[in-house]
Design a protein around this ligand. Structure first.
Ligand SMILES: N[C@@H](CCC(=O)OP(=O)(O)O)C(=O)O
Length: 344
């Protein structure tokens, strides 16, 4: 039986209580629901909450980056033990997958990750993913687990990404949950404020950015809370939370992976001539690159930005950021091959 991939992202505020510790009631309910969903989907859990679960072990914790790293390293095993405890009651085994950015920006590393996840599913094991905070420095961090779960959903060509949040869905100006969103247009963007939960990293702005990318690549995104019985089932049936409808996408798996690079940190500013050539399916030469931003290695995916500062696509580059910067506007070196470029 073909099982589509279902990615479920759990924000810090939905799985931890006021004391910062993981809420076992929520995890137990989740285990019950996932045991059922596991019969029809290949499930991936992306769980935040490591910092919250570990921060009480760090003296005078104030939330600096180094304290967060240490707290996450303590909190991750605590969290995974809780998942193990509650999921094993439903004969489900969990595996911990701590990811870093290069596991996504480098295609061969991503394919290794993918192979291992398929091995998990073959063995009826549920991967529980989190960022490997311990070794993620400022420049290379994911912005938050909304980003990580989106990269996973795109890379695995998921049918659905469920983002579980403490607000229970996407709210309009009257704080009422909008049930269904066809297009993330200016009206929808107008409802967003930049508030975040006190404990999480990502706010609604980040959720909407990633939701827009995922839906544009054919993935249905659902935002929901978890504090009611059958929360996942109800939201997937359209009875609670918000469903963001997917767009039709004809991109192949590799092109989707390339497109997911539009949320990486590097970018190339291309001139008008190069933009025209890209639309004629030509490769990108360094002479058409006006500026280089961010840190990236050869073989990674970066955004392509035109002179009007619009993101026009993504490219897997042949040179690293320093080499690219050295060649900018001067030489006709190959910056990205046309097969490695996806325009939006
Ligand atoms: N890796 C961090 C997750 C940070 C994060 O993205 O939190 P959230 O915005 O609540 O999903 C942790 O486990 O605490």
């Amino acid at each position: 039986m073909h099982k589509p991939v279902l990615v479920i992202k759990l924000g810090t505020a939905v799985i931890t209580g006021a004391d910062g510790k993981a809420d076992e009631m929520i995890i137990s309910r989740l285990a019950e629901e996932i045991a059922e969903l596991n019969t029809t989907y290949k499930v991936v859990l992306v769980s935040s909450g490591a910092v919250g679960s570990g921060k009480s072990f760090i003296k005078n914790y104030k939330g600096t980056l180094i304290e967060r790293k240490a707290a996450a390293a303590v909190g991750n095993p605590i969290l995974i033990q809780l998942y193990h405890k509650h999921f094993s009651m439903h004969n489900l085994v969990v595996a911990q997958a701590l990811c870093e950015r290069h596991h996504f920006s480098n295609r061969s590393q991503f394919l290794q990750l993918k192979e291992t996840f398929y091995e998990f599913w073959e063995n009826n094991i549920i991967p529980v993913v989190n960022e490997n905070d311990l070794v993620s420095n400022v420049e290379l961090k994911f912005s938050d687990n909304d980003e990580l779960s989106t990269l996973i959903a795109i890379g695995f060509d998921a049918e659905t990404l469920v983002i579980c949040t403490s607000v229970g869905g996407f709210l309009d100006d009257n704080k009422a949950i909008i049930r269904s969103v066809e297009n993330i247009d200016n009206t929808i963007l107008g409802y967003v404020n930049s508030e975040k939960s006190a404990v999480g990293l990502g706010g609604m702005v980040s959720k909407l950015t990633f939701t827009r990318l995922a839906t544009s690549l054919g993935i249905q995104v659902i935002m929901t809370g978890l504090n009611q019985e059958n929360a996942l089932k109800e939201s997937m049936a359209g009875n609670s939370g918000t469903i963001f409808k997917p767009k039709k996408s004809n991109l192949k798996a590799r092109q989707k992976w390339l497109a997911s690079g539009s949320i990486t940190l590097g970018s190339l500013l291309v001139d008008k001539g190069a933009e025209k050539a890209l639309h004629e399916r030509k490769s990108l030469l360094t002479v058409g690159v006006k500026d280089v931003k961010g840190i990236f290695s050869a073989g990674e995916v970066v955004q392509l930005i035109n002179e009007e500062e619009t993101i026009i696509g993504v490219a897997k580059v042949k040179l690293d950021a320093a080499q690219m910067a050295e060649q900018v506007s001067k030489k006709h070196a190959l910056a990205a091959h046309c097969d490695d470029i996806v325009l939006f």
